[in-house]
Design a protein. Sequence first.
Length: 151
Amino acid sequence: MRITTWAEYGLICALHLAKRAAEGPVTGRDIATRERLPADYVEQILLRLRRADIVRSVRGARGGYLLARAPEEISVRAVISASELTTFDLHCVSHPVDDERCAASHTCSIRPVWLLLQQKIDDVLEGVRLSDLLYEEPVVRERVGLPILQG
């Protein structure tokens, strides 16, 4: 699995909105500036997140974007799926090496392993909420069940 720029930036944007929820709407340009991300990427990602009902937009002079739901209700999987349109690319399906060998109608002993991995990744990402990411790394590690690194 490779985390794409779309997925990473989508999570950064959603987390930024979660951290600034009390401030009201935030513009895409402000998110891009503060997070040092390309503004055109941010606008496209926010549009994808809006279509997925993760953020909502507010029009007007003081308009911008807000989370559509509480951070506790938004999973990392939902953000990545909205940003990237998938959480795990089954390469044999999206880029078959051999149309006959990789066709869904062909029995493949490897495909179940990739499907199992996809399910496990999706389960982990579904179990982590934006609210879990509002803390410093040691606390996040504890919240998601990882050991705290000893420096």
